[in-house]
Design a protein around this ligand. Structure first.
Ligand code: SAH
Length: 517
C-alpha cells in the first residue's frame, strides 16, 4: 500500500488568497482534506475533483470532535495510505494544537510536514490598518490566548510580565473575557487610556472593528454585542488605524459576491471584485465544452467544408471564437478559406478573442448585445448574403430570425455546449440561508437557469426564496428578464453588457447609499 502522509497546513486568516504557495500545493495534491470553521470554504475548491472532505469543526447540530479524535482520524487516514491535508485557520502553530497532531503521527512513524500560514494575530490587525509593531510605538508584540477560564488564565499568563511589556498585546479567543483581560492589564499598571481594538472576521466580507480604551472597551463590546471570533489588539499601534485603514474604504467592501459564470471565465470577474474590496465567491454553474453530439459534429464538418459560401462570420461570445477555431483545426479547414467573408463580433471580449487568433473584426457594435450587432450590421447587409453563426447550444434565436428578415441566410452552428455543473459545495446553501452572500451576479440567462437547478440539487426547494436577501446583479436586459421569470427581484442591470458594465452598476448601487440590500 502507498505510504500515507499528513500536511499540517495553515490556511491563513480567511481571505482565500492568503494561503501560502506550499499550502495550496498540498491542498491541490491531497486525497482528503480535514478542515474546520476558520479555514474558508473557498479554499476547498482548490482540491482535485473527488477529494474527500471531512469537517471537524463546531456544528450546532452535532457533537464536536475532540482533539484526540481528530489526532486519531489523521493517523487512521494516513495509515490507510491517504495523503491528508489538515487545513487549519491562520498558522497551525499558533494555538492550533499542531504539536499534538504531529506527535501522534511521529509515534506511529507517519511522515508529516508543517506548512506555516499567515496568523490572524498579525494579518487581522493589518487588514484593519493596525501594524503590530511600529518604530516609535511598539518594538515587540505578544500573542496571548484568552481562551481559558479566569483562574486558569491567571495560572498560565503572568499578567505582571505581559502588562509591563512595552509592546503590542494580541489576544486571540478573548472576546468573552474582554472585561477580565482589561481589568488585569489595568491592575498591573497599563493606563485606562491605552487604545484597544477588536477586529472580528478580519480579511473577510464580515470584517468589523470596534475601538476603545482599556477603560471603556468592555462596555463598548457589551453595547455593540460584539461577537467572536476577533483579535484583540492592545497598545498605541491601534491609533495608526485612524490614518492607515484601507480596506474599508474600497467601494465593494463588505460584499460577498457570488460569481456564477463558467470557471474558465470566472477569474476576470472575481479578480475585479477582489480589487474593488469585495469578496468574490466563485460558484460556477456552467461549463462550456466542445460539441459532443455526433449529428451536430457532422453538420459542423460539412458546413466548414463549404467555407467559401459565407459572406459573414458572426461571433457572439469568446467561447464561440475558441470553439470555432478548434473545429477549424479539427476539420482541417484553413482560415484563409474565409478570405471573402467579413467578421462581426458582438463585443470587445469577442473581438479580442478573434484578434488573438489574428483576425480583426470588421464590425464591433457600441452596444454589446445581439440588438446592437443587428443595428451595426444593418447598413452593410445585402439580401441574399450568407452568414455563419458559430455559437453555443443555448444561444437565443433573435439574431438568426432578424437576419432572415433582412434576407440573409443565417446558418447556426452549435460549436459548443453549455453544461450544468453543480459544485461539491456543501456550504453554499447554508451561506445563502445565513445571509452570508450579499450579491449574486448573472452574466447570462443560462447562469440563472443553472443556478436554480444547482441549488435544487443541493437540497434547496425554493431557490428564489433563498436568494431573497441578495442583491441581484444582471449583465443585461435579457438576463434580467430571465431572473425575473424565476421569481427574483432584480436589483441592478448593467447599461453596457460587459463585466466592466456590471461592475459599474454594482458600484453605482453601493454609492447610492444602498448598503446590503
Ligand atoms: N491558528 C490560528 C488561531 C487559532 S485560535 C491563527 O494563527 O490565526 C482561534 C482564534 O483566532 C479566534 O478565536 C480569533 O481570536 C482568532 N481568529 C482567527 N481567524 C480570525 C479572523 N479572521 N478574524 C478575527 N479573529 C480571528
Amino acid at each position: 500500500m502507498a505510504q500515507g502522509k499528513v500536511y499540517l497546513v495553515g490556511a491563513g486568516p480567511g481571505d482565500p488568497k492568503l494561503i501560502t504557495v506550499r499550502g495550496l500545493r498540498a491542498l491541490q495534491r491531497c486525497d482528503v482534506v480535514v478542515y474546520d470553521r476558520l479555514a474558508g470554504p473557498q479554499l476547498l475548491q482548490e482540491t482535485l475533483p473527488g477529494t474527500e472532505r471531512i469537517y471537524v469543526g463546531k456544528r450546532p447540530d452535532r457533537h464536536t470532535m475532540k482533539q484526540e479524535e481528530i489526532n486519531r482520524l489523521l493517523l487512521d487516514l494516513a495509515l490507510s495510505g491517504k495523503v491528508v491535508c489538515r487545513l487549519k485557520g491562520g498558522d497551525p502553530t499558533v494555538f492550533g494544537r499542531v504539536g499534538e497532531e504531529a506527535e501522534l503521527l511521529r509515534q506511529h512513524g507517519v511522515p508529516y510536514e508543517i506548512v506555516p500560514g499567515i496568523t490572524s494575530a498579525i494579518a487581522v490587525p493589518a487588514y484593519a490598518g493596525i501594524p503590530v509593531t511600529h518604530r516609535d510605538l511598539a518594538s515587540s508584540f505578544s500573542i496571548v490566548t484568552g481562551h481559558e477560564s479566569p483562574d486558569k488564565l491567571d495560572r498560565t499568563i503572568q499578567w505582571d510580565k505581559v502588562t509591563n511589556a512595552t509592546g503590542t498585546l494580541l489576544f486571540l479567543m478573548g472576546v468573552s473575557k474582554i472585561g477580565y483581560i482589561s481589568e488585569q492589564l489595568m491592575k498591573f499598571g497599563r493606563s485606562a487610556q491605552t487604545p484597544v481594538a477588536l477586529v472580528r472576521w478580519g480579511t473577510r466580507a464580515e470584517q468589523e472593528t470596534l475601538t476603545g480604551t482599556l477603560g471603556d472597551i468592555e462596555q463598548k463590546v457589551r453595547e455593540a454585542d460584539f461577537q467572536p471570533p476577533a483579535v484583540i489588539v492592545v497598545g498605541d499601534v491601534v491609533r495608526q488605524r485612524e490614518t492607515l485603514k484601507w480596506i474599508e474604504a474600497k467601494p465593494l467592501f463588505g460584499w460577498r459576491v457570488l460569481v456564477t459564470r463558467a470557471r474558465s471565465q470566472a477569474s476576470e470577474l472575481a479578480d475585479r471584485i477582489d480589487d474593488l474590496g469585495g469578496e468574490p465567491y466563485v460558484f460556477p454553474v456552467i461549463e462550456t465544452v466542445k460539441q459532443t453530439n455526433p449529428v451536430e459534429i457532422e453538420r459542423i464538418a460539412a458546413t466548414l467544408r463549404g467555407a467559401e459560401r459565407f459572406d459573414w462570420i458572426v461571433l457572439t461570445s469568446p467561447a464561440g471564437v475558441e470553439f470555432f477555431f478548434s473545429w477549424l483545426a479539427e476539420t482541417r479547414v484553413d482560415i484563409r478559406r474565409f478570405a471573402g467573408a467579413r467578421f462581426a463580433a458582438v463585443g470587445p471580449k469577442t473581438a479580442e478573442a478573434l484578434a488573438a487568433r489574428g483576425v480583426f473584426a470588421d464590425v464591433v457594435p457600441a452596444q454589446f448585445q445581439a440588438e446592437g450587432l443587428l443595428d451595426s450590421l444593418a447598413d452593410m447587409l445585402a439580401p441574399g448574403q450568407r452568414a455563419l453563426l458559430p455559437r453555443g447550444d443555448l444561444a437565443r434565436g433573435l439574431l438568426p430570425a432578424e437576419l432572415a428578415k433582412a434576407g440573409i441566410e443565417a446558418v447556426e452552428l452549435d460549436v459548443y455546449e453549455n453544461r450544468l455543473v453543480v459544485q461539491e459545495d456543501d456550504r453554499i446553501v447554508e451561506m445563502l440561508q445565513g445571509g452570508e452572500i450579499h450579491a449574486v451576479t448573472f452574466t447570462s440567462s443560462s447562469t440563472v437557469v443553472n443556478l436554480f437547478e444547482a441549488l435544487r440539487r443541493l437540497g434547496a426547494e425554493r431557490p428564489a426564496d433563498l436568494l431573497e436577501g441578495c442583491a441581484i446583479a444582471c449583465i443585461g436586459p435579457i438576463t434580467a428578464r430571465t431572473a425575473e421569470e424565476h421569481g427574483l427581484r432584480v436589483t441592478l442591470t448593467a447599461e453596457q453588457s460587459t463585466i466592466e458594465g456590471l461592475l459599474a452598476a454594482m458600484l453605482a448601487h453601493r454609492s447610492n447609499g444602498n448598503e446590503i440590500s
